[in-house]
Design a protein around this ligand. Structure first.
Ligand SMILES: [Zn+2]
Length: 83
């Protein structure tokens, strides 16, 4: 169950979040889109969290540091539709 408090945090105040990889427990680093999708210049302005050791990553909501969900490794990425 989620707590009753559902007020979203004010935009623009978010520091870089700590994202822990659920595969290997590493602290994921924030990278820009060109590190993930070198062939997609339209995604270069997007932010991603990437786990270096295992290559899992997750995109962020546009214009924010908030991840869209959990980190996904290459195996999972293959099952999702690309952006
Ligand atoms: Zn990892």
């Amino acid at each position: 169950m989620t707590p009753a408090i559902s007020r979203p945090p004010p935009a623009g105040l978010a520091d870089t979040m700590t994202i822990i990889c659920n595969y290997c427990g590493n602290n994921a680093e924030m990278v820009s889109g060109d590190a993930i999708y070198p062939h997609r210049p339209d995604l270069y302005h997007r932010k991603f969290y990437r786990c270096q050791p295992c290559g899992a990553y997750v995109g962020c909501h546009e214009g924010t540091d908030k991840p869209l969900g959990r980190l996904a490794n290459a195996e999972l990425q293959g099952q999702t539709t690309s952006p």
